[in-house]
Design a protein around this ligand. Structure first.
Ligand SMILES: C[S@@+](CC[C@H](N)C(=O)[O-])C[C@H]1O[C@@H](n2cnc3c(N)ncnc32)[C@H](O)[C@@H]1O
Length: 415
């Protein structure tokens, strides 16, 4: 389960990994953001040290359920890290003490006393018990095991080719010329997959706006909206605009595209990305804005609702999300409320895509069912091409089957 360490561990890296884990586990912060912040504050760290700290942090998070059972709820980042290294045989107590771990002997004892056989299958698979039970009901035990195993893998680097600026063939050629291994993604025609991590900012084709990092599943989800040049489209939960940019490219920069979100800070990250991508004419709006919604009612050709969710389909990239408390009824109620508001924007005959990166039916099929029960003027869109397993309606992407993050997307049409 734990990846080999890419070099010898020294006290500064030990402290860095333990500090980041403390923020992720006990302050409920996102691992990738904490790592980015740490590296930005310690610019002297070389790429090998950064890789080492990242490997340690993600190694702990990919074994989090088991480590939590051993460490106990209130343990520090240092305790999790020590247990992880001891359990993986990557350090002994003397090494840990030399690194600065004050309680190495205590954690070694805790590990020895722990009854591994008492762990549930869910904890061994690194899945919270309630989610494991729901998945077993939904997918069966065999698929649940395969899903959990896939979600514990490191995700590849997927890039979306920005067709406003380049073709996939041009991007592949540019990467090859730069000596970077890359291949065409199997499911999305705009996807280029890199088997190894690279510092994107160093790539010419990134700096020129030819590519954006985006999971292949996210690319398919944006495509599920069927955006056409000249249409009037809203991305209702746009965030920092990953899918907005993909929709804008599908519209070939022609038409009217709105990015909406309640989070002003996320929306602010979109204009520079749009500029780099040469996506002109994008309009932003912070919600809630009842007056604006009322004025725009019935005027959009298509609306994407990429709803806030548990993120259970993205545990490869955000493994810490599995540690967060999950209130499914509250999430589903929020998702339904957002979908109902967004639906008012659609003209008759318009397309509404409800999407999440959750693999739980309570956040997906159940929300669609509740929405349709209250909105007889919406129906499943009969015009979605049934071209491939990854392009059905609803779109259901599973990491163990499709090799991308897990997503659900259902396209509805207003009668
Ligand atoms: C899954 S994220 C969207 C990710 C984004 N579409 C992307 O591709 O990067 C969900 C977004 O919904 C936003 N959100 C939450 N409640 C909302 C609401 N009531 N109306 C609109 N957006 C909302 C959050 O701020 C968050 O940015």
């Amino acid at each position: 389960m734990s990846a080999p360490l890419p070099g010898p561990l020294r006290p500064p890296q030990w402290r860095a990994a333990a500090g980041v884990l403390q923020q992720v586990l006990n302050e409920a912060r996102a691992a990738d953001l904490c790592l980015q912040q740490h590296f930005a504050q310690h610019r002297q760290m070389g790429s090998r040290d950064r890789r080492l700290v990242s490997t340690l942090v993600y190694g702990v998070l990919r074994d989090a359920m088991r480590l939590r059972a051993i460490a106990g709820e209130a343990a520090s980042g240092e305790a999790w890290l020590a247990l992880h290294l001891l359990a993986a045989g990557q350090a002994d107590t003397a090494t840990l003490a030399a690194l600065g771990c004050a309680e190495a002997a205590r954690w070694q004892q805790r590990l020895q006393d722990f009854d591994e056989a008492g762990l549930s299958e869910a904890a061994r698979a690194n899945v919270p018990e309630p989610v494991w039970a729901l998945w077993c009901e939904q997918y069966g035990r065999t698929q649940t095991r395969a899903l959990a195993a896939a979600l514990n893998q490191e995700a590849p680097v997927d890039l979306r080719v920005n067709t406003l600026k380049a073709s996939r063939a041009q991007v592949l050629a540019a990467l090859q010329a730069a000596g970077i291994e890359a291949q065409a993604g199997a499911l999305s025609e705009d996807c280029v997959r890199l088997p190894r991590r690279v510092a994107l900012q160093t790539l010419d084709c990134y700096r020129q706006g030819w590519v954006e990092p985006q999971d292949q599943g996210s690319q398919l989800l944006a495509r599920h909206l069927g955006a056409q040049p000249g249409e009037r489209i809203a991305d209702y939960c746009a965030g920092a605009g990953g899918k907005t940019l993909a929709i804008g490219a599908a519209m070939a920069g022609r038409g009217e595209l709105w990015a909406l979100d309640v989070d002003a800070a996320r929306l602010r990250r979109l204009p520079p990305r749009a500029e780099r991508a040469a996506l002109a004419g994008l309009q932003l709006r912070q919600l809630p804005d009842a007056e604006w919604l009322l004025a725009q009612a019935g005027s959009f050709d298509a609306v994407l609702v990429d709803a806030p969710c548990s993120g259970s389909g993205t545990w490869r990239r955000n493994p810490e999300l599995r540690l967060r408390a999950l209130d499914l009824p509250a999430l589903a109620a929020r998702q339904l409320a957002i979908l109902c508001d967004a639906a008012t924007l659609l003209r008759s005959g318009g397309r509404l895509v409800y999407a999440t990166c959750s693999l739980l039916a309570a956040e997906n099929e159940a929300v669609i069912q509740a929405f349709c029960a209250g909105h007889p003027d919406f129906m499943p869109d009969p015009d979605v091409p049934d071209a491939s397993p990854a392009q059905r309606n609803p779109l259901r992407l599973l990491p163990q089957l499709h090799g991308c993050d897990g997503f659900f997307a259902m396209r509805l049409r207003r009668r």
